[in-house]
Design a protein. Structure first.
Ligand code: 5GP
Ligand code: ZN
Length: 121
């Protein structure tokens, strides 16, 4: 897609700080981090938003969700499970959808935010 900032990142026309890449996904640090650790998991295919997804995207969305804890673990904000008790660490995942959802970039992406909490919410 012309003029899509994340398509340009996928095509390496705009630089980013990638932390993961495969044939379907790329993950890179958010340029304006809202937490100590803040990265985005982005499909290489241009899909405008979560609300544009259908059954064809089920596997891709599952892959994005499963990648989040793996990369969080690698970046020091994974959740350390402790049997049945509450463990330590952890992170937040977020899709922003549409104007009222605060979406700024209309190329599907999953936010992963972690590190010490600065505020609740
Ligand atoms: P949204 O509000 O659409 O869910 O989030 C878009 C995110 O993309 C924002 O957190 C913003 O900081 C990030 N972002 C926008 N442009 C760029 C860019 O050129 N590079 C990187 N790494 N992040 C960007
Ligand atoms: Zn795009």
């Amino acid at each position: 897609m012309d003029n899509c900032i994340f398509c340009k990142i996928v095509a390496r026309q705009i630089s980013s700080k990638p932390i993961y890449e495969d044939e379907e996904l790329i993950a890179f640090h958010d340029i304006r981090p809202a937490a100590a650790i803040h990265f985005l998991i982005v499909p290489k295919e241009h899909i405008p938003t979560l609300a544009s997804c259908n059954e064809q995207h089920q596997a891709l969305l599952g892959k994005m969700m499963l990648l989040a804890p793996k990369l969080a673990q690698e970046h020091g904000c994974g959740y350390q499970a402790n049997g049945d008790a509450v463990g330590s660490g952890g992170f937040k995942t977020q899709f922003n959808i549409g104007p009222d959802g605060g979406q700024e970039v209309y190329h599907l992406h999953l936010h992963v935010l972690g590190g010490p909490r600065l505020r609740h919410g």
